[in-house]
Design a binder for this molecule. Structure first.
Ligand SMILES: [Zn+2]
Length: 172
Protein backbone atom coordinates (compact mmCIF):
# COMPACT_ATOMS: atom_id res chain seq x y z
CA UNK A 1 0.00 0.00 0.00
CA UNK A 2 1.41 3.36 -0.98
CA UNK A 3 0.70 6.68 0.74
CA UNK A 4 -0.33 9.70 -1.29
CA UNK A 5 2.45 12.29 -1.76
CA UNK A 6 0.43 14.93 0.14
CA UNK A 7 -0.12 12.64 3.15
CA UNK A 8 3.54 11.67 3.15
CA UNK A 9 4.76 15.27 2.98
CA UNK A 10 2.28 16.42 5.63
CA UNK A 11 3.52 13.68 7.93
CA UNK A 12 7.17 14.54 7.26
CA UNK A 13 6.51 18.24 7.96
CA UNK A 14 4.56 17.52 11.16
CA UNK A 15 1.32 18.96 9.74
CA UNK A 16 2.93 22.39 9.31
CA UNK A 17 2.96 24.46 6.11
CA UNK A 18 6.45 24.43 4.57
CA UNK A 19 6.41 28.20 3.97
CA UNK A 20 4.45 29.87 6.78
CA UNK A 21 4.94 27.35 9.62
CA UNK A 22 1.23 27.43 10.43
CA UNK A 23 -0.77 24.27 11.23
CA UNK A 24 -2.06 23.09 7.88
CA UNK A 25 -5.55 21.53 7.73
CA UNK A 26 -5.65 18.90 5.03
CA UNK A 27 -8.47 20.77 3.27
CA UNK A 28 -6.11 23.76 2.80
CA UNK A 29 -3.07 21.69 1.92
CA UNK A 30 -1.54 21.12 -1.46
CA UNK A 31 1.64 19.75 -2.97
CA UNK A 32 3.97 22.46 -4.23
CA UNK A 33 6.68 21.55 -6.71
CA UNK A 34 9.69 23.70 -5.83
CA UNK A 35 10.96 23.42 -9.38
CA UNK A 36 7.61 23.54 -11.19
CA UNK A 37 6.43 20.64 -13.30
CA UNK A 38 6.26 23.05 -16.23
CA UNK A 39 10.04 23.48 -15.88
CA UNK A 40 10.68 19.77 -15.70
CA UNK A 41 10.62 19.63 -11.89
CA UNK A 42 10.32 16.07 -10.66
CA UNK A 43 7.44 14.55 -8.69
CA UNK A 44 9.80 13.10 -6.11
CA UNK A 45 9.62 14.15 -2.47
CA UNK A 46 12.96 15.94 -2.93
CA UNK A 47 11.24 18.52 -5.11
CA UNK A 48 7.88 18.64 -3.32
CA UNK A 49 6.58 20.30 -0.16
CA UNK A 50 3.15 20.46 1.47
CA UNK A 51 1.92 24.01 1.83
CA UNK A 52 -1.17 26.21 1.94
CA UNK A 53 -3.14 26.11 -1.31
CA UNK A 54 -3.05 29.91 -1.41
CA UNK A 55 0.72 30.13 -1.60
CA UNK A 56 0.80 27.31 -4.12
CA UNK A 57 -1.59 29.33 -6.31
CA UNK A 58 0.50 32.46 -5.80
CA UNK A 59 3.68 30.69 -6.84
CA UNK A 60 1.97 29.25 -9.90
CA UNK A 61 4.74 28.31 -12.27
CA UNK A 62 7.34 30.76 -10.91
CA UNK A 63 10.87 29.51 -11.09
CA UNK A 64 12.53 28.39 -7.88
CA UNK A 65 14.61 31.57 -8.03
CA UNK A 66 11.49 33.78 -8.13
CA UNK A 67 9.92 31.85 -5.24
CA UNK A 68 13.01 32.35 -3.10
CA UNK A 69 12.78 36.09 -3.82
CA UNK A 70 9.11 36.12 -2.71
CA UNK A 71 9.99 34.31 0.52
CA UNK A 72 12.95 36.60 1.23
CA UNK A 73 10.80 39.68 0.60
CA UNK A 74 8.72 38.73 3.66
CA UNK A 75 11.73 39.37 5.94
CA UNK A 76 11.42 36.12 7.85
CA UNK A 77 7.73 36.64 8.65
CA UNK A 78 6.35 34.72 5.74
CA UNK A 79 2.56 34.44 5.84
CA UNK A 80 0.68 32.46 3.23
CA UNK A 81 -1.92 34.78 1.64
CA UNK A 82 -4.95 32.79 2.80
CA UNK A 83 -6.07 34.02 6.23
CA UNK A 84 -5.39 30.52 7.57
CA UNK A 85 -5.32 30.26 11.36
CA UNK A 86 -3.55 33.22 12.92
CA UNK A 87 -2.06 34.17 9.59
CA UNK A 88 -3.01 37.50 8.12
CA UNK A 89 -5.16 37.50 5.00
CA UNK A 90 -2.74 39.76 3.19
CA UNK A 91 1.04 40.01 3.27
CA UNK A 92 0.79 43.81 3.52
CA UNK A 93 2.62 45.02 6.62
CA UNK A 94 0.44 46.83 9.19
CA UNK A 95 0.92 50.58 9.37
CA UNK A 96 3.51 51.61 11.91
CA UNK A 97 2.29 53.63 14.88
CA UNK A 98 3.22 57.28 14.82
CA UNK A 99 6.52 57.88 16.60
CA UNK A 100 6.07 59.12 20.15
CA UNK A 101 7.91 62.42 20.72
CA UNK A 102 10.62 62.13 23.35
CA UNK A 103 9.32 63.05 26.78
CA UNK A 104 11.02 66.12 28.19
CA UNK A 105 11.73 66.07 31.92
CA UNK A 106 10.43 69.50 32.93
CA UNK A 107 11.88 69.21 36.43
CA UNK A 108 15.40 68.60 35.11
CA UNK A 109 15.06 71.38 32.53
CA UNK A 110 13.84 73.90 35.11
CA UNK A 111 16.45 72.92 37.65
CA UNK A 112 19.25 73.29 35.10
CA UNK A 113 17.90 76.68 34.06
CA UNK A 114 17.69 77.93 37.65
CA UNK A 115 21.27 76.79 38.33
CA UNK A 116 22.45 78.62 35.22
CA UNK A 117 20.76 81.85 36.23
CA UNK A 118 23.04 82.43 39.20
CA UNK A 119 22.25 85.76 40.86
CA UNK A 120 19.44 86.57 38.45
CA UNK A 121 17.08 83.93 39.81
CA UNK A 122 13.52 85.06 40.36
CA UNK A 123 12.97 86.28 43.91
CA UNK A 124 9.20 86.11 43.96
CA UNK A 125 6.87 83.13 43.57
CA UNK A 126 4.97 84.74 40.69
CA UNK A 127 8.20 85.54 38.84
CA UNK A 128 9.44 82.00 39.47
CA UNK A 129 6.25 80.64 37.94
CA UNK A 130 6.53 82.76 34.80
CA UNK A 131 10.23 81.89 34.54
CA UNK A 132 9.37 78.18 34.71
CA UNK A 133 6.63 78.60 32.08
CA UNK A 134 9.09 80.33 29.74
CA UNK A 135 11.83 77.75 30.38
CA UNK A 136 9.47 74.86 29.64
CA UNK A 137 8.24 76.59 26.48
CA UNK A 138 11.83 77.20 25.32
CA UNK A 139 12.52 73.49 25.79
CA UNK A 140 9.59 72.77 23.42
CA UNK A 141 7.76 71.07 26.26
CA UNK A 142 4.51 71.99 27.98
CA UNK A 143 3.24 72.30 31.52
CA UNK A 144 -0.21 72.75 33.02
CA UNK A 145 -0.83 74.94 36.07
CA UNK A 146 -1.30 71.93 38.41
CA UNK A 147 1.93 70.43 37.01
CA UNK A 148 3.63 73.76 37.63
CA UNK A 149 2.49 73.73 41.27
CA UNK A 150 3.70 70.15 41.63
CA UNK A 151 7.05 70.99 40.07
CA UNK A 152 7.56 73.86 42.52
CA UNK A 153 6.57 71.56 45.40
CA UNK A 154 9.21 69.07 44.23
CA UNK A 155 11.80 71.83 44.16
CA UNK A 156 10.83 72.68 47.76
CA UNK A 157 10.75 69.08 48.97
CA UNK A 158 14.19 68.49 47.46
CA UNK A 159 15.47 71.58 49.25
CA UNK A 160 16.33 73.40 45.98
CA UNK A 161 13.89 76.20 46.55
CA UNK A 162 12.83 77.77 49.81
CA UNK A 163 9.59 79.73 49.72
CA UNK A 164 8.69 82.08 52.53
CA UNK A 165 5.43 83.88 51.92
CA UNK A 166 5.90 85.28 48.38
CA UNK A 167 9.73 85.37 48.57
CA UNK A 168 11.90 82.68 47.01
CA UNK A 169 15.46 81.73 47.87
CA UNK A 170 17.62 78.95 46.44
CA UNK A 171 19.94 76.20 47.53
CA UNK A 172 21.15 74.83 44.19
ZN1 LIG B 1 1.26 28.37 4.59
Amino acid sequence: MTTKPLDRLMFAQGGICFFCNMPLPKADASVEHLVPSSRAGSNSDDNCVACCKAVNALFGSMSLKEKIRVVLNQNGKFVCPNGNGKAQPSPVAPAKAAPVPPKIDNYAVVLADLKKRGASRPRKVETLKSTIRATVKNAKSSITEPQLETLIKHLQVNGKVIIADTKVSYSL
